[in-house]
Write a new protein. Structure first.
Length: 507
């Protein structure tokens, strides 16, 4: 357990106080503090006059509004030190020709929850150092919608200041690791979703918050570091990668461009799977893109057995005979004989997909998502000795997320007049996609059943996009191609609703 002391004013939740103190991980905020995921459970004592100091009780941090000092004990799911890092999925780029660029570059993936950084030798394209940190804007809400509301209510400049301060801190950390100085940096590149771009540049957000969803900019934005990052000591341009629409930003475009998507070879699919599923499909010289709301199910949110990528968590599941076999994330909190660590245990998103696929193969889950009579009430047990069960409600959450992604893919295929089963290559970006077993994903219908398709795992493609931008002169043309994707508003497509219903089936 990790101990933290905070002081409450009765107006802010304990979860907000822990966020402000930088003590909680992204895994604590999957439901945005609504209480629906139940994953911000902590031990507290000394809650002002509400409880005796000696009484130690379990609380949901989002539901407690303390007055005065509070001593809090955090389990591994909430500890910032054990959370999955955006850098865990960062993979080297394919070889590309560099020009006569000089100096160091700082690449930044400005995510809603986490910022990831890389220091790049601009001449060789070699990454010299990496780091990551939590996004300080989380004090205004875990999700983009909350932050846009706060920006409209008058906090836009403060949100921009927090993002810029985070980037400046990331730059300082990188330079310290590499033994370099701000004078050595000749360029900075930032990849971010469209909302985060607006919050970084302090642009009006009204166009993002309501129809017709018209962003202030989708262009490549270049600002002097003296204006954008005055505390960094840098004297160089800061480039913010272009986007496609309000829901398809520079993180998607940068990732596509970094890996040369589309290559022009057959029908190709690009997927970035997180709380939102962003996707692009290319065929016959045409390129379309869309975004679907997946929810946090594949990140362990709103699933009773779900968890983040913490030590001891189940990371993969398979069938051996008629039983489940599983592997866990190693670490100091994972014991050899018990999965439970101080009462915390669960399955990562990749393990949830595995367990669902395995349960389908054993007949424990029917194609319509219902559980077999033998486990309908109790849920599907991973191991009788462990407190992990996949309930009917859990299957439903996974079913909804899976249906959204698959319906989006099928809608884009219809848009281009191709069959999803004929896709020849699938690029998968993002942390969840980096660990997901492709055969399990196909078994539950998350990915098209295209056995000839080559699957390419990209990891943190947004950061890779910023890295390549800094050292490859050809990146300008690649970005222009990727950002030219034609956005498809799925809500306006009648076939999407039909395909969503059809995709609910695990067939």
């Amino acid at each position: 357990m990790i101990g933290v002391r905070v002081v409450g004013d009765g107006k802010r939740s304990l979860l907000d106080l822990l966020r402000e103190a930088g003590a909680v991980s992204p895994a604590a905020t999957l439901c945005g503090g609504s209480g629906s995921c139940g994953r911000c459970r902590v031990y507290v004592s000394g809650v002002g006059d509400q409880r005796p100091d000696s009484e130690r009780v379990t609380q949901l941090a989002c539901a407690l509004f303390p007055v005065g000092p509070v001593d809090v004990e955090l389990g591994p799911e909430l500890s910032a030190g054990t959370a999955f890092s955006a850098l865990d999925a960062f993979k080297p780029l394919p070889a590309f020709a560099t020009g006569s660029l000089s100096g160091f570059g700082v690449a930044c993936d400005l995510g809603t929850t986490t910022l990831a950084f890389a220091l790049v030798d601009r001449l060789t394209g070699r990454v010299l150092a990496v780091s990551s940190r939590l996004n300080s804007q989380r004090a205004y809400g875990a999700d983009v919608v909350s932050r846009l509301s706060a920006a409209e209510a008058g906090s836009l400049d403060e949100l921009a200041r927090l993002a810029r301060a985070d980037i400046a801190s990331g730059v300082a950390d990188l330079l310290s690791r590499a033994g370099a100085s701000p004078r050595d940096v000749s360029a900075v590149a930032v990849a971010a979703n469209t909302a985060m771009v607006h919050l970084l540049l302090s642009l009006p957000v009204a166009g993002l918050a309501r129809a017709p969803f018209a962003p202030e900019t989708l262009d490549l934005e270049v600002r002097p570091s003296a204006d954008l990052l005055p505390a960094s000591g840098l004297d160089c341009p800061v480039s913010v990668l272009p986007g496609v629409s309000s829901y398809l930003g520079g993180d998607l475009v940068g990732g596509m461009a970094a890996y040369g998507f589309p290559s022009g070879k057959g029908s190709e699919l690009y997927l970035d799977l997180g709380t939102n599923g962003e996707m692009a499909l290319a065929s016959g010289g045409d390129l379309v893109a869309a975004s679907v709301a997946m929810g946090p199910a594949f990140e362990g949110g709103r699933v009773s057995a779900g968890t983040g990528g913490v030590p001891g968590a189940v990371s993969s599941v398979r069938v051996v005979g008629s039983r489940f076999a599983y592997e866990r994330i190693p670490g100091e909190l994972a014991s050899a004989n018990s999965l439970a660590v101080d009462g915390v245990s669960g399955l990562t998103g990749s393990a949830l997909v595995d367990l669902l696929a395995a349960s389908l193969s054993l007949g424990l889950v029917a194609p319509d998502g219902s559980l077999a009579p033998a486990c309908a009430d109790s849920g599907i047990m991973l191991d009788p000795s462990l407190p992990i069960r996949l309930t009917a409600a859990d299957v439903r959450e996974l079913q909804l997320a899976k249906a959204a992604v698959r319906a989006g893919i099928e809608t884009l295929a219809i848009e281009l007049g191709v069959d999803a089963s004929d896709i020849s290559r699938i690029y998968i970006a993002g942390g969840f996609g980096s660990w997901m077993d492709v055969s399990s994903a196909r078994a539950i219908g998350l990915l098209p059943s295209s056995p000839r398709a080559e699957v390419v795992r990209l990891g943190n493609a947004a950061l890779a996009g910023a890295v390549r931008f800094l050292s490859d002169p050809a990146m300008g043309g690649l970005l222009a191609r990727a950002s030219s994707a034609r956005p498809v508003e799925l809500a306006d497509r009648g076939e999407f609703a039909r395909l969503f219903i059809d995709s609910m089936s695990f067939r």
